[in-house]
Write a protein of this length. Structure first.
Length: 638
């Protein structure tokens, strides 16, 4: 095991193994000889961009941490990979239809991201999936390609339908996907009123239910979608008003991050059966939309664990095409366009959250007296004895004793029978015992359950300059795992075990679950801080879902966002930048008026002058400090 090498000599290769970067990095991230995390925009054999160098460049340009760094080349590569993988599968299996990808805007609605996807995806006719009027308007404004699909999901009111019909008139290849039976009447009414024939699709409720965090989107009890009987009603209704020719698409969505290829395959087969049934009913169809769900291997374990997936992109594409063909060929039904709505798999890789560590709190090696004071109470004597009796064979027993005597001392203190100093002595012995047990238990093959948590209680707390609530909401809300690691010093042995706390001073604002090839681990290997030197960590694969779910906990606002783009020769530019929220911005979001704030402060300051507490020139300095504060970043500035 790599850690045994610590005593000899730690090498960069050991860090690569420890943090698993080859397993989750998908070839986009690696570690250089110098011990820095590097970005590999053209894959593992291309040029490398050291992240510390990017950070230094940002500091020179006046950007403080935290920064969300986007690497545009990675987004291009992801879109290319998805299309090329499908092309390969289509060719290999002689599928007669084509693939059309769409990006679901809800996964990352940021203008710069959506615009970039429209640009990068245009050569592949990559389109958008929208679930609201706002997303529809954004998509129509950015999508110029008449071959790219625009899928309208979500519940649609009259205005949503009218906007979609107008977009059809503009030449968009737009589909209205019925989420509920009741939507059809309104759609027919509006299309008649505006005299535009719509492309109609239905969202099917499949029987298959996928495993994972997000499984509620699928299954028969899912909130959205039509049952087979309701789909037949749609057919009948369209037939009766002579509009069956508008029925073009079948859609379903199993839920996000489907870790098991078997669920994906079952979903495709079930939907292909429905599709075949609709063609036999006389609907022209032509499009089969498999929704999202293509998973990201966050922990690099390549398993069907929730933060992973047991298939590659190539396997996904081949399975999809093969499954569709196996059903449709049997009934001689022409091959449709295959649409997928992969969001997570498209954008997760291209963003990295970078932050610096502000401070570390360490459980100190405790100082114990050589001899016990004469007045030491009984429990302290017992703790002392426990400490001297620890051996490999009685760890659990010593642990139980330590807790018992410590609690006994606390009780005596509450009832006023021992002094503060006596109690403190007991706590010192207690921690000395815990530390000794922690050291000894590393020699055990099977660690008793109770002792597993000891490492967590002894872990350092690294205070990161960021907000979990703002930048990693899924880490907080659903305990999603992201790969986290230092972005430099990787040639050095990471001698500390730590958890990460953010600066929101909320006890939930912490990260205490980390990826591990064996599942997950409660602490992260980190380096001790060095005097006068920043220590930077990166949270990787955060491009999907993290940006707009975030909230303003403690009024920590949006972080700085910077995009880089690398050229073939490995040089790179900072191509897009968005300054994070200022304090004034964030106060405005919660309905304060910064001018009013300054006016109120001015009144208070002038009164202080009048009362003789400050001089007029001190008032000037006070006011300047507040004005600068309002302009400043909401995070810790150096
Ligand atoms: C959220 C969502 C997606 C995106 O799913 P991913 O797993 O991120 O690819 C696709 N389609 C619909 C209808 C969704 O609600």
């Amino acid at each position: 095991m790599a850690k045994n090498r610590a005593l000899q000599q730690w090498r960069v290769e050991d860090s690569i193994e420890l943090y698993g970067i080859r397993n989750w990095g998908a070839g986009y991230f690696s570690v250089s000889e110098a011990g820095d995390v590097v970005i590999c925009p053209q894959g593992p054999r291309g040029p490398q961009i050291p992240i510390p160098e990017v950070i230094a460049g940002l500091h020179e340009r006046g950007y403080d941490m935290p920064v969300l760094l986007r690497v545009e080349n990675i987004l291009d590569a992801r879109i290319t990979n998805i299309h090329e993988s499908f092309r390969k599968a289509i060719k290999a299996l002689s599928y007669k239809g084509a693939f059309r990808g769409v990006f679901p805007i809800k996964v990352n609605q940021q203008q710069q991201v959506v615009e970039k996807i429209a640009q990068s995806g245009s050569q592949y006719h990559h389109g958008f999936e929208v679930g609201s009027k706002a997303e529809l308007i954004a998509a129509v404004s950015l999508l110029r390609d008449p071959k790219a699909c625009l899928i309208c999901n979500g519940y649609k009111d009259e205005e949503f339908l009218d906007l979609g019909l107008q977009a059809l008139r503009l030449g968009c290849n737009l589909f209205f996907v019925l989420e509920m039976p009741g939507e059809l009447d309104l759609l027919l009414e509006r299309s008649e009123a505006l005299n535009i024939r719509p492309n109609i699709g239905v969202r099917a409720k499949l029987a298959v239910k996928a495993g994972g965090h997000w499984m509620d989107s699928g299954g028969e009890r899912s909130t959205f979608g039509l049952s087979p009987a309701q789909i037949v009603d749609v057919v009948d209704k369209l037939k009766s008003c002579d509009m069956l020719d508008c029925f073009r698409l079948l859609h379903y969505h199993l839920g996000s991050q489907v870790p098991n290829i078997r669920d994906i395959r079952t979903g495709v087969m079930e939907s292909a059966r429905l599709y075949a049934g609709l063609v036999q009913e006389g609907a022209p169809m032509g499009y089969l939309d498999l929704g999202g769900g293509l998973a990201v291997d966050y922990d690099g374990s390549h398993t069907n664990y929730v933060s992973s997936r047991n298939y590659t992109l190539d396997e996904y594409c081949a399975d999809v095409i093969e499954a569709v063909m196996s059903i449709l060929d049997e009934q001689r039904i022409p091959h449709p366009y295959i649409i997928t709505e992969s969001g997570r798999a498209t954008v997760a890789y291209y963003s990295v959250l970078l932050f610096n560590i502000l401070d570390v709190s360490v459980v100190e090696e405790v100082q114990l007296p050589d001899t016990l004071p004469k007045d030491a109470p009984e429990p302290v004597r017992n703790l002392h004895e426990t400490l001297s009796n620890i051996s490999l064979r009685n760890l659990q027993e010593c642990y139980n004793d330590a807790i018992y005597y410590r609690d006994e001392m606390r009780q005596l203190f509450f009832t006023g029978r021992v002094t503060l100093r006596q109690r403190t002595l007991a706590e010192r012995f207690f921690w000395a015992i815990i530390m000794r047990i922690a050291r000894e238990k590393t020699k055990l093959k099977n660690v008793p359950r109770d002792l597993e948590d000891i490492d967590v209680s002894l872990a350092d707390i690294y205070y990161g300059n960021f907000s979990v609530f703002q930048s990693l909401p899924d880490s907080w809300a659903i305990d999603q795992l992201f790969p986290i690691m230092p972005v430099h010093r990787l040639g050095e042995f990471p001698s500390r075990q730590g958890i990460i706390s953010d600066i929101t001073c909320d006890s939930d604002g912490r990260i205490a679950h980390f990826i591990d090839p064996q599942g997950m681990k409660p602490t992260l290997d980190l380096h001790p801080l060095r005097e006068g030197e920043e220590y930077y960590l990166g949270v990787f694969l955060v491009g999907a879902y993290q940006e707009t779910l975030g909230d303003l906990h403690n009024l920590m606002g949006d972080t700085n966002v910077v995009s880089i783009r690398a050229a073939e020769d490995g040089t790179y530019e900072y191509v897009r930048e968005i300054r994070g929220d200022s304090v004034a911005d964030i106060l405005t979001y919660v309905e304060y008026d910064p001018r009013r704030i300054l006016e109120d402060l001015r009144v208070t300051a002038e009164k202080a002058v009048k009362d003789g507490r400050i001089s007029p020139s001190e008032r000037f300095a006070v006011m300047q400090a507040f004005e600068n504060g309002l302009r400043g970043y909401t995070y810790f500035e150096r």
